[in-house]
Every structure is written in C-alpha cells, then in structure tokens.
Design a protein around this ligand. Structure first.
Ligand SMILES: Cc1cc2nc3c(=O)[nH]c(=O)nc-3n(C[C@H](O)[C@H](O)[C@H](O)COP(=O)(O)OP(=O)(O)OC[C@H]3O[C@@H](n4cnc5c(N)ncnc54)[C@H](O)[C@@H]3O)c2cc1C
Length: 44
C-alpha cells in the first residue's frame, strides 16, 4: 500500500479529470475524491 495519497475536492469535470489523469500515471497512488453532491462525473 502506498503511503502517498492524492485528495481531490470536487467530483465534477475538473476533479475527476485530475483523478483519472493521475491514476493513469501512477497505478499505486491512493486517490480519494470528496464530492458534496450526490453524483460524480464519469466522463473525465
Ligand atoms: C448553464 C451552464 C451550461 C454549461 N454548458 C456547458 C456545455 O454545454 N459544455 C461544456 O463543456 N461546459 C458547459 N458548462 C461549463 C461546465 O459546466 C463547467 O466548465 C464545468 O462543470 C466545470 O467543472 P469543474 O469541475 O471545474 O467545477 P464544478 O462543475 O463547479 O464542480 C465542482 C464540484 O465540487 C463540488 N464541491 C464544491 N465544494 C465542495 C466541498 N467543499 N467538498 C466536496 N465537494 C465540493 C461540487 O459539488 C461540484 O460537484 C456550462 C456551465 C453552465 C453554468
């Protein structure tokens, strides 16, 4: 388990794009997205 963690605030276009881009570059990083709404973007 990686000790590094990316925390993204906001799960719409910008937040999910950032999270998915970082995931493509680093498959081991722990990524957590906080979204205050009921849904997150799935097209990022
Ligand atoms: C009327 C309108 C029409 C548009 N039409 C188009 C279009 O046709 N095509 C197009 O490409 N773009 C369109 N846009 C622009 C597009 O919606 C935005 O550019 C895009 O949604 C921006 O995404 P974002 O992730 O930067 O911000 P946001 O969409 O604002 O997302 C931020 C997210 O963060 C969450 N959030 C905020 N604070 C917190 C917190 N403290 N903790 C957790 N979560 C939090 C919010 O719930 C939200 O989901 C339109 C915009 C508007 C207003």
């Amino acid at each position: 388990m990686s000790t590094r963690r990316l925390v993204v605030v906001g799960g719409n276009a910008a937040g999910m794009s950032a999270a998915s881009q970082v995931r493509r570059r680093d498959r081991t990083l722990s990524i957590v997205v906080f979204e205050s709404g009921r849904h997150v973007s799935y097209a990022g």
